[in-house]
Design a protein around this ligand. Structure first.
Ligand SMILES: Cc1cc2nc3c(=O)[nH]c(=O)nc-3n(C[C@H](O)[C@H](O)[C@H](O)COP(=O)(O)OP(=O)(O)OC[C@H]3O[C@@H](n4cnc5c(N)ncnc54)[C@H](O)[C@@H]3O)c2cc1C
Length: 387
């Protein structure tokens, strides 16, 4: 019986936690090994929109959909596309009503989502401060897990939910995460709602994405009133660290950031002028589109570990959670755990491959010189199809 199998999940991200929650509710005892020492060690990042057929579907399986609906932000779905003159090319406000219940992708801050998932699993099932170094295959599909803190564990199934640079992926695949060609500089406007109402007017309560000259300003209102902005560039990998920008000194960095958007509208440059929070350089990595592997007993991957892609379809966390639901249900519904994993992998390769291809197309489009005009046409055609 699968319930007696020792299942280890590496990583307490949205994927790993959703899987643990689903399995625990069905009477399994998976253990999550997380490298971070506590839930608060690292700031979890910005806002995520969860789609009905992905993130929300997984939350339904985990019994958390109603709770999500109470705390998500429907108004966060508002979307504005602008060009570099700050001319609005497309605007969607359908769900600005906070109680909207239409087919939707409401937003939730990553910290809030993680807390909801953490609250839904037993405290003793998460081993914080367990950074996996490697796993050694043993007989009969078992694996011996070696952690940086000296702990070793032997398990019947190990699930790599350990993100972009998964330590388990090399057991299944020769592929590694490669630089996508896009780098971002993340800046933050804390308490924008109170301090900078003019930029909130520009941005709206959701996302405001501006494209031009193979660059982008991708701004999103978060639940805590902060606007997080990803200044995005199609550049060689080394650019982030040889562009002369000091990421430790925001005020010194600002003139250099403004120079990168020299001929953009003064309205848009307010995102840089008003920045008053953390600044981070981020290289965007991806696995080859359609990444898959030959099934091996006792080990599998989900989420970014399986199909890391750029954020340009807002799909990564959604897919990680969907994978968790598919794998969890497959384990619950199959007598044989190995068949369950194989069944999940075949299904996941198909849907993740399609979304990875779509994400790559978006990324290529967003960094064309006249991207705003092309995105306007695309968004209008989607909108017509929906109505
Ligand atoms: C700038 C940006 C914006 C994004 N925006 C969106 C969006 O709007 N919508 C969306 O759906 N997705 C978005 N994504 C993608 C999303 O963040 C990821 O796809 C998602 O977090 C993947 O979830 P995961 O559970 O697979 O992995 P992760 O969230 O990466 O979690 C992995 C966990 O494993 C732990 N870990 C790693 N290595 C080890 C180890 N060796 N041992 C133990 N633990 C380990 C990590 O500490 C972490 O807790 C964005 C990504 C970026 C970079």
């Amino acid at each position: 019986m699968n319930k007696n199998k020792r299942i280890a999940i590496i990583g307490a991200g949205p994927g790993g936690l959703t899987l643990a929650c689903i399995l625990q509710q069905a009477g399994y005892n998976p253990v999550i090994f997380e490298g971070e020492t506590s839930p608060t060690q690292r700031e979890q990042g910005g806002t995520l929109d969860l789609a009905e057929d992905m993130g929300q579907k997984a939350l339904k399986v985990a019994g958390l959909l109603e709770r999500f609906k109470e705390i998500c932000r429907y108004e966060g779905e508002a979307l504005k596309i602008m060009d570099k003159t700050a001319t609005v090319m497309f605007e969607s406000q359908e769900n600005v009503n906070p109680k909207a219940t239409t087919d939707s992708r409401p937003e939730i801050d990553r910290t809030v989502l993680r807390q909801m998932l953490l609250d839904s699993v037993t405290t003793e099932s998460i081993k914080w401060g367990h950074n996996l170094l490697h796993a050694t295959p043993l007989e009969e599909g078992q694996h011996e897990l070696h952690f940086e803190n000296g702990v070793t564990e032997v398990v019947d199934l190990v699930v790599g939910a350990d993100g972009a640079f998964s330590k388990l992926r090399p057991l299944l695949s020769k592929e590694t995460a490669e630089y996508s060609g896009v780098s971002m500089i993340e800046i933050n406007i804390l308490d924008a709602k109170n301090l900078f109402p003019d930029v909130v007017d520009l941005n709206g309560l959701g996302s405001a994405f501006t494209f031009g000259d193979s660059k982008a300003m991708l701004a999103q209102m978060n639940g805590d009133g902060k606007i997080r902005v990803y200044l995005s560039f199609k550049v060689p990998a080394e650019w982030l660290h040889n562009n002369g920008i000091n990421y430790d000194k925001l005020e010194e960095a600002k003139p250099k950031l403004l120079k990168l958007f020299e001929d953009w509208s003064p309205e848009l440059k307010k995102y840089i002028h008003y920045a008053n929070g953390a600044i981070f350089p981020r290289r965007i990595y991806m696995l080859p589109v359609g990444h898959k592997w030959t099934h091996k007993k006792g080990v599998t991957l989900l989420g970014d570990a399986a199909h890391l892609m750029s954020p340009f379809a807002g799909a990564g966390a959604n897919l990680a959670m969907l994978d968790a639901a598919e794998l969890g249900l497959s384990i619950i519904n199959h007598e044989d755990i190995d068949e369950a994993v194989l069944n999940y992998e075949l299904k996941m390769f198909e849907y993740a491959g399609e979304i990875a291809a779509e994400t790559k197309e978006n990324m290529d489009l967003f960094f064309e010189t006249n991207a705003a005009e092309k995105i306007k046409v695309l968004m209008e055609s989607f909108h017509k199809e929906e109505n």
